[in-house]
Design a protein around this ligand. Structure first.
Ligand SMILES: NC(=O)c1ccc[n+]([C@@H]2O[C@H](COP(=O)([O-])OP(=O)(O)OC[C@H]3O[C@@H](n4cnc5c(N)ncnc54)[C@H](O)[C@@H]3O)[C@@H](O)[C@H]2O)c1
Length: 256
C-alpha cells in the first residue's frame, strides 16, 4: 500500500467506531493523513478516536453521525473542510445485515417494515447521502475518490438479509453513476465487495474456495491502494475480494 501518498490528505470514514473503518483510520493516521471518523455509536466512537489519535501522525476528528440523516452527512463534509480545507477520500463503511444488527431473523415476508427500511437506509441511502455531501468539495478541487463498501452478498442474495443484499448490489450500480458524474472533474468512484472478513469471529465459518476469511487489514490495504495515485484508472467498477466465496456458491468445489 502506498502510504506516502496519504500524508497531509483528508479522509471521511463512516462506521469508524469499529471493524474495517477503524482499521482504515489507524492506517491513514499512521501515514500522516487526517481523518473524520463518523459513527452513530457515540461511546464506541469516543474510544476508537482516542485509540487512533494515540497512533500519532495525522489529526483525528470524531463526529457522531447517523448515515440515515442527510444533515449529518453535510456536517461531516463541512467539518473536514473547516478543519483541513479538503476531502480527498470518502469511504462508506457504515453498514450491516438488518437481521443481525436488529436481531430480527425472520423470513422476508414476515419482517417488520422498520427492519426492511433500516437495511436499505443504512446500507444504500447512507452511502449515497455521504457521497452527495462530500462530492461537491471534490469536484471543486478537481480531485477526490469515493469508495463504497459492498459485499459478496450483493451478488449472492441472502435468506436472512434481503435488504442488505439489495442495498449492496445497489452500490455496485451507484458507483457507475457517481463515476460518470465525477470523471469530468477528476473524481473517481468505485466499490470494493468483500467476502467474509474477520471483524467478527463468526465470519471464519463462512465457506470460501481458499478455506479462509480475509483479515480486515487486507481489505483496507486493497481499498487504499485502489484509491491512491497508483490506480488512477480505477473508476465505476466493483472489485470482489472474497477468497473465492462466489466461486463456491456458483458451484465450484471448495479447496477444503
Ligand atoms: N465483516 C464482514 O465479513 C463483511 C463482509 C462484506 C461486507 N462487509 C461490509 O463492510 C462494512 C464494514 O464492515 P465491518 O464488519 O468492518 O463493520 P462493523 O460491523 O465492525 O462496523 C460497522 C459500524 O457501522 C456503524 N453504524 C451502524 N449503523 C450506522 C448508522 N446509521 N450511522 C452511522 N454508523 C452506523 C456501527 O456503529 C459500527 O461501528 C459494512 O458495510 C459491511 O456490510 C463486511
Amino acid at each position: 500500500m502506498s502510504c506516502e501518498y496519504y500524508a497531509g490528505k483528508t479522509a471521511v470514514l463512516t462506521g469508524a467506531a469499529s471493524g474495517m473503518s477503524l482499521c482504515t483510520a489507524r492506517t491513514l493516521v499512521a501515514a500522516g493523513a487526517n481523518v473524520v471518523m463518523c459513527d452513530v455509536n457515540a461511546e464506541g466512537l469516543g474510544k476508537a478516536a482516542a485509540e487512533v489519535a494515540s497512533v500519532g501522525g495525522g489529526k483525528v476528528y470524531p463526529l457522531v453521525t447517523d448515515v440515515r440523516k442527510y444533515a449529518d452527512a453535510e456536517r461531516a463534509a463541512a467539518l473536514a473542510v473547516e478543519k483541513t480545507g479538503r476531502i480527498d477520500l470518502l469511504v462508506n463503511y457504515a453498514g450491516g445485515s438488518e437481521a443481525r444488527c436488529l436481531n430480527s431473523f425472520k423470513p422476508f415476508y414476515e419482517q417488520p417494515v422498520e427492519v426492511l427500511d433500516w437495511g436499505i437506509d443504512v446500507n444504500l441511502k447512507g452511502a449515497i447521502y455521504f457521497s452527495r455531501a462530500c462530492m461537491p468539495y471534490m469536484v471543486k478541487a478537481k480531485s477526490g475518490v469515493i469508495v463504497c463498501i459492498g459485499s459478496v452478498i450483493g451478488f449472492e442474495g441472502d435468506l436472512h438479509c434481503p435488504m442488505y443484499g439489495a442495498a449492496k448490489s445497489g452500490l455496485f450500480n451507484f458507483v457507475v453513476s457517481a463515476a460518470k458524474a465525477g470523471a469530468p472533474h477528476g473524481v473517481r468512484a468505485f466499490c470494493v465487495a468483500p467476502g467474509p472478513v474477520l471483524t467478527r469471529e463468526a465470519m471464519a465459518g463462512m465457506e470460501t474456495l481458499l478455506g479462509r476469511a480475509s483479515e480486515p487489514q487486507e481489505i483496507v490495504d486493497f481499498v487504499l491502494h485502489l484509491a491512491s495515485d497508483r490506480c488512477p484508472s480505477v473508476t465505476g467498477s466493483t472489485h470482489l475480494v472474497d477468497a473465492g466465496r462466489l466461486c463456491v456458491t456458483r458451484g465450484a468445489k471448495s479447496g477444503k
